[in-house]
Design a protein around this ligand. Sequence first.
Ligand code: NAD
Length: 286
Amino acid sequence: RGKRAFIAGVADDHGYGWAIAKSLAAAGAEILVGTWVPALNIFESSLRRGKFDESRKLPDGSLMEITKVYPLDAVYDDPEDVPEDVKSNKRYLGSSNWTVKEVVESAKQDFGSIDILVHSLANGPEVTKPLLETSRYGYLAAISASSYSYVSLLKHFAPIINPGGASISLTYIASERIIPGYGGGMSSAKAALESDTRVLAFEAGRKHNIRVNTISAGPLRSRAAKAIGFIDMMIDYSSENAPLQKELSAEEVGNAAAFLSSPLASAITGTVLYVDNGLNAMGVGV
Ligand code: NAD
């Protein structure tokens, strides 16, 4: 049978999550997605109204099918963690079972198991502030939404990921090099995510025979990236300075994710794979 993938962090057709879903679908996988609760209504209604049909097109001309959309807020592990103001927020009231534990329970009930887990989500409320001006709250929120969310998703999903399965997250080079403007503790969160990729590769490899890798992606004009405010500059910088002087397409990251989650990558785990036109290898801009 074909593989089944759960992709956390898809709420429109502009981001890496959507492109990864497409590449996995093109390779024959069944697609489940986890969509941030506040973005759920607009995503589902846009899907229903055909707004994404053009970008659902796969190379063979068919349209990507999303078997099920799960509401998800990866900042909460189970219902006891959810504060009253979130519970009673009208954007959350219409949905249920969206904490990590509940989403995994629902997926288990619906499908029994999955083969591929993708984490394509990040959030840092103070991302536009330099680290020196970041509050403790902002820093911890960035780590919670962007790093621990992955630990939690993998921890809860691992028991229902079939042996030989794979897990992938998305990171950014600001974890290891200074990228002014990527603030609010987001650089710290990506450093944690990369370190966790190694430790989780060991633990999930030994315990569940699951591979764990992360893709360090170049700049893409996604919704999240536009919120940071410097994305056009980063795209121009890359086009000027990277070994490959072209704009990076989300599909190139999607294809790398499909490779990493396939048997072609059966000996690859614990790695950070750069999919960035080679920009990471440059020492100076020329
Ligand atoms: P995106 O906006 O498509 O994806 C981010 C998603 O995270 C959104 O769908 C948002 O709804 C979701 N999200 C935020 N908080 C959440 C929560 N608490 N629970 C569940 N979902 C939540 O943007 P993207 O740029 O494609 O981001 C995907 C991943 O790629 C992120 O990890 C990002 O850091 C990484 N990345 C992006 C770039 C870039 O230039 N765009 C570069 C390198 C890495």
